[in-house]
Structure formats: structure tokens, C-alpha cells
Design a protein around this ligand. Structure first.
Ligand SMILES: Cc1ncc(COP(=O)(O)O)c(C=O)c1O
Length: 495
């Protein structure tokens, strides 16, 4: 008698209704205890701006961001000890080079001396953006950088360098009836039109994978190919904002028919075969707390068209960040990143990670809370306008800000307004608000940090607020309404 008869007679493990996590707790930290009144008092002093609220008092889930808040694995903590803090050519630099080459392609990280510089390590994503856009601003006038959805810092870094940042969102993103799995796509026909009219003013086209500003929705391989084909026709380089490249690849495998039998690493290599370079914040799919990079494909259109920029980037890096072999990162962080890159492409990790986010989003949806469907890879986006429909909440009451403040004070969960306040602006001359197309509160789920029951508690708290939504007052902006990136700095008071 062996096991086969028994195993064949039993349902397979993945047919059980619940699945165990593919990891266990390595160490934990007990949370502080505090009351709703204590939180409210502190939040009021912080001008209702949740960014200024002490994280130690977040007794529920801290879903302000998924960036830099990953719980690292035991292997990563061990790798930190192997960090080499040498000023030049630390050991981790070579390990990182190897893992970048394996993950994205050899052509994105050339060994120094074998060709011109093409790989630049920065301390985080926005530092790469400033480097790239400040140098690109010198290549022409009236420049435009189109994207499927620029992230807020990306947009700010483009605009601070006097370039126009243009979002060509997929029409499906704004269609609540659409059940497309790839609402993060770029509108290819609008891109084609733009390139045919103004191609000479476009130094690079950007695709953000997954599309954080566009609801955390993924981009299909078909769309990547379509965008790449347009860029090729007009001779324009194509870049990824690659922060969540592995999560995007998981969606392609899961929902884009012909990729179901391909491995995640194979899909990633194909995605990156279509681009000429990428910027990345490793604080997301690098599974680390700090790090970023800018990588240019050897032989790609970017290096051909803007050849002089590679040396200028090297100078920028040395002046602003550090020697190219460590850039803006410490040797130990480089080691943790090298290990993180190996873990993040594992199928069992990605499946658990994204299914956890989807399950959280579905719970909210099943409770009647209006969330963007389908659920994206790293976050759940609540539709603020639909949430407050039928109440007295007006656009300039900034319901999303009010909702995040009350959720934090009453139930200890922290989320982030990414809508009328974060992406809107104020015209001081006319005294009018300018509202963006989308109005979300984002619940970003940190990697490997929370259990399903924690997120279930957040969902229950949001439902409680939904049931009492007419009791949530609007807010007035008491400081910062005219400032750029105002959501990080502004102060509010309840009306
Ligand atoms: C899509 C995207 N691009 C760029 C960035 C900027 O990265 P960092 O926070 O490391 O500066 C972020 C950060 O959240 C992001 O989500």
C-alpha cells in the first residue's frame, strides 16, 4: 500500500476553499494600543493630513502605500549582513548586475568598460525620474511625454522640467460596465494620432506597469506590443515605469490566453524585449525598503537617439547620488534587493499576493462599497463620487480626504486619497478648483505584511462608514491648496 490510492481519491490541495500563505511569520511587532479619541486628537493636530499621523498609532492596517513597506524575508535579512560598504565596486553591485540581467535582459546592464554606461542605481524611483527628465528637457522645445498614466511624482518631475506630461488612459478605465482585465492599457489610437501630429516633440513614450494612477490596473502584452509598434514607426524610444513589473506579468499569465503556460520570468523577458529603457522604484517589486534604477537598453532607440545623455547621466549620478557602482544605495540594501528580485518572480508568491488584494477588494464589493473592478494588483480603489452619491458632499468638500481622516480616527486604518485633492489643482487667479478625471481613495496593500483577517477588518470598517456616510462632514483646505504635490503637505479642517 502506498499513498497514490489515497491521494487520487482526495480533492487536490488547491481545491480547498482557503489556501495557506506560502510563507510564515519570521518575526512580529506588537502594535500600540490607542483609542479613537486619542487618534482623533492627534489627527486634528496634524491638520487631518494622514501622512503626518504617527504610524505607531495606526492600530489597524496601514494601507497608505505599498511602497518601501514590504516585510522582508529571512533570506533578505541574512543578505543584509553580506552587504559590502566599499566605496567602489562593492560585492553586491556584481550580484545585482547579474540579477538585473537575468530578470530583465543582459542588454540593460553592461559591465563597466565593455560599452558606454547604461545602468544607473538611485536611492528611489523619483530620483531616476529627475535625472532622466532634467536631461531630456534639453533635447528640444515644447516637449511632450505621453503615458498610459503617469504616477504623481513622475508627472511632477516631467512638469518641473518644463515638459508636458500627457495621460492617454484606456477608454475602458472610465467605463464602469467594462470588465476588461487590462484597464491599465494605453489608448493606442490616441498615441498614433499624437505621434503623427507631434512625433518630433516626443523624446520618449512611457508605459507604467501596472498603472498605479489608473487604478493599479495591469497592461496587456498585446497593448505593450501595440504601443511598441507605434513607437517604432515614428522612431520614438519606449520606456517602462517598471515598479510593479512582476505583478503585471502575473496578470498577463492569468488573463491573457496565450500566456497561461509561460513562466513569469519568460513573460517578464518578453515584456522588456519591447522597451528601450526603464525607470524603476525597487520599493515595490524589488521587495525592499529603499532603491531605484534607470536602465537603458544597449542597441535600443533611446541610446541611439539620445547618445550624449548616457555620459550626462553618469555625471548626474556621480554629482547627486554617488559612484555608479553604488549610486544612491548602501551595500546592504543592494544585497537585499538582489535577493528580492529572485523572490518576486516566484509564481506562488505572486499568486498569493495578488489574490489577497483581490479578495480584499471583493469583500468590499460584496458589501456594496463602490470599488474599481476588476481589482488591480497592489491596491483597491474606492470610487469617492459613488461612495457619497445621494449625500450633500460636494466636489470641493473633498470627500476622499474626509473619508480617510474619519477611517483613521474611528477605526485605526490608514488609506490615501488619490483623487480630487491629490490630482486636482487650484487656480488662484480665478479662485476655482480644477478637478481631475478620477476620484479615488486607494487602499494599497503592503507585500507580505498583513493577514487576510486584518484586511477583512478594514473592509468592515469601511462598510461601517458607508452605512453612516451622510454623517461624514466635508473638509476645507486651510493650508496648501495652490501648492504642487499638495496632498503631501496640505492641512484641512472639517467644515
Ligand atoms: C508607478 C510609480 N512610479 C514611480 C514611483 C516613485 O517611486 P519612489 O517612491 O521610489 O520615488 C512610484 C511610487 O509609488 C510609483 O508607484
Amino acid at each position: 500500500m502506498d499513498f497514490s490510492g489515497v491521494l487520487d481519491a482526495l480533492p487536490a490541495q488547491d481545491e480547498l476553499q482557503t489556501q495557506a500563505r506560502p510563507y510564515f511569520n519570521h518575526s512580529v511587532e506588537l502594535k500600540k494600543v490607542c483609542t479613537a479619541r486619542e487618534r482623533a486628537e492627534v489627527l486634528e493636530k496634524a491638520g487631518l493630513n494622514v501622512f503626518f499621523f504617527p504610524s505607531e498609532m495606526v492600530t489597524g492596517c496601514d494601507l497608505l502605500s505599498d511602497s518601501g513597506v514590504t516585510t522582508m524575508t529571512a533570506q533578505q535579512w541574512a543578505a543584509l549582513h553580506l552587504g559590502d560598504e566599499a566605496y567602489g565596486s562593492n560585492r553586491g553591485y556584481f550580484t545585482l548586475m547579474e540579477n538585473i540581467q537575468k530578470t530583465f535582459g543582459e542588454e540593460f546592464f553592461s559591465e563597466p568598460g565593455t560599452s558606454g554606461p547604461n545602468a544607473f542605481i538611485f536611492h528611489q524611483g523619483r530620483a531616476c525620474e529627475d535625472a532622466l527628465f532634467s536631461l531630456l528637457s534639453g533635447v528640444g522645445t515644447d516637449l511632450i511625454i505621453p503615458s498610459n498614466g503617469h504616477f504623481d511624482t513622475t508627472q511632477a518631475n516631467i512638469e518641473l522640467n518644463h515638459i508636458r506630461a500627457l495621460n492617454l488612459f484606456s477608454p475602458e478605465l472610465k467605463d464602469p460596465a467594462s470588465r476588461s482585465h487590462f484597464k491599465g492599457n494605453m489608448d493606442v489610437s490616441r498615441l498614433e494620432e499624437l505621434c503623427s501630429e507631434k512625433g518630433s516633440r516626443i523624446p520618449v513614450v512611457y508605459l507604467t506597469v501596472t498603472n498605479n494612477t489608473g487604478g493599479g490596473q495591469p497592461v496587456s502584452m498585446d497593448n505593450i506590443k501595440g504601443v511598441a509598434a507605434v513607437c517604432e514607426r515614428y522612431g520614438i524610444p519606449l520606456f517602462f515605469d517598471a515598479c510593479r513589473f512582476a505583478e503585471n506579468a502575473w496578470f498577463i499569465k492569468r488573463y491573457e490566453g496565450s500566456y497561461e503556460n509561460k513562466s513569469i520570468p519568460t513573460i517578464i523577458r518578453e515584456m522588456f524585449s519591447y522597451v528601450d529603457g526603464f525607470t524603476i522604484s525597487f520599493k515595490k517589486d524589488g521587495l525592499v525598503n529603499m532603491g531605484g534604477g534607470l536602465f537603458l537598453k544597449q542597441g535600443g532607440r533611446f541610446l541611439k537617439r539620445h547618445a550624449a545623455l548616457a555620459d550626462a547621466l553618469l555625471d548626474y549620478q556621480i554629482v547627486k547620488e554617488g559612484h555608479p557602482t553604488y549610486g544612491g544605495m548602501s551595500g546592504r540594501d543592494i544585497m537585499a534587493l538582489a535577493v528580492g528580485l529572485q523572490l518576486v518572480t516566484r509564481q506562488e508568491y505572486l499568486s498569493y499576493r495578488i489574490r489577497q488584494v483581490q479578495k480584499f477588494g471583493r469583500s468590499l464589493h460584496d458589501m456594496g462599497i463602490p470599488v474599481l473592478l476588476p481589482i488591480g494588483g497592489h491596491a483597491v480603489y474606492l470610487d469617492v463620487n459613488a461612495f457619497f452619491e445621494g449625500t450633500a458632499m460636494k466636489p470641493d468638500d473633498f470627500g476622499g480626504i474626509a473619508l480617510t481622516a474619519v477611517l483613521l480616527a474611528a477605526y485605526g486604518h490608514r488609506a490615501c486619497e488619490l483623487g480630487y485633492f491629490a490630482f486636482g489643482s487650484y487656480n488662484s487667479e480665478r479662485g476655482t478648483h480644477i478637478f481631475p478625471e478620477v476620484n479615488f481613495v486607494r487602499f494599497a496593500v503592503p507585500r507580505l505584511r498583513y493577514e487576510d483577517r486584518d484586511l477583512q477588518n478594514t473592509a468592515e470598517a469601511v462598510k461601517m462608514l458607508y452605512d453612516h456616510r451622510e454623517r461624514i462632514p466635508g473638509v476645507e483646505v486651510i493650508y496648501g491648496r495652490e501648492l504642487p504635490l499638495r496632498h503631501f503637505k496640505a492641512r484641512f479642517a472639517f467644515k
